[in-house]
Design a protein around this ligand. Sequence first.
Ligand SMILES: [Zn+2]
Ligand SMILES: [Zn+2]
Length: 223
Amino acid sequence: MATQNQAATAPNSELSDLPDRTKAALTEVMTVLDDIGRVRDAPGLFLVVSSSGSTYLIDAQSGTCECPDDQYRDVTCKHRRRVAFATGRRPIPSWVPEQDLDDDFGAHVDGEVQRTATDGGVANSGFTDGTVTNPQLDPFAVHNEDDPRTKRAKREDIDVSFLAKPGRYEVYSASNSVYEVDVLAETCSCPDRAEYCKHRQRVDIEIHNGLVPRPDGKLPNAG
Ligand SMILES: [Zn+2]
Ligand SMILES: [Zn+2]
């Protein structure tokens, strides 16, 4: 098999840098459903059909999945991660190549798949100058379907600054605590044991909206 040189513009980050469950959530064939059977008209409930044909019930609000991985280990399983990506609750890093994503992404659920800022600038929502009239454009607008942690991530007086290390952000919470969020390793130094704490959510929102530099350190509007 011929090997080809990597393009000079290859991103610093690779899919293999992601935690296994996140990689699986992005690339494995899964179907997320929110409008049939047990989950019809049930906000926050989803069914995920895996490539092996198993179906699991996910409660995005309480953060549970029926699968053994989620029930018996202290983790967030790939199904829950997939639901977060497919519904746009969690943005997909822009450097993850489109062709690596499962084709079925976001096909059967409400909400739109979100990508973090791509090269060449991002939409500036302009909320800081108070000109936003459409709540859809305000990244900190709280929606009914937001889970409690997401609401706190948006409402609280949290300050995010970029550290000069790839993917690291310092987060100043409303309680004057300082935590370090690592976007690539998907960790936060806070005591909240939830996989996707409000600090990580806040950092993702700020990156997605170009309010802080992207994980690679480039300024949001740098070409
Ligand atoms: Zn699961
Ligand atoms: Zn945290």
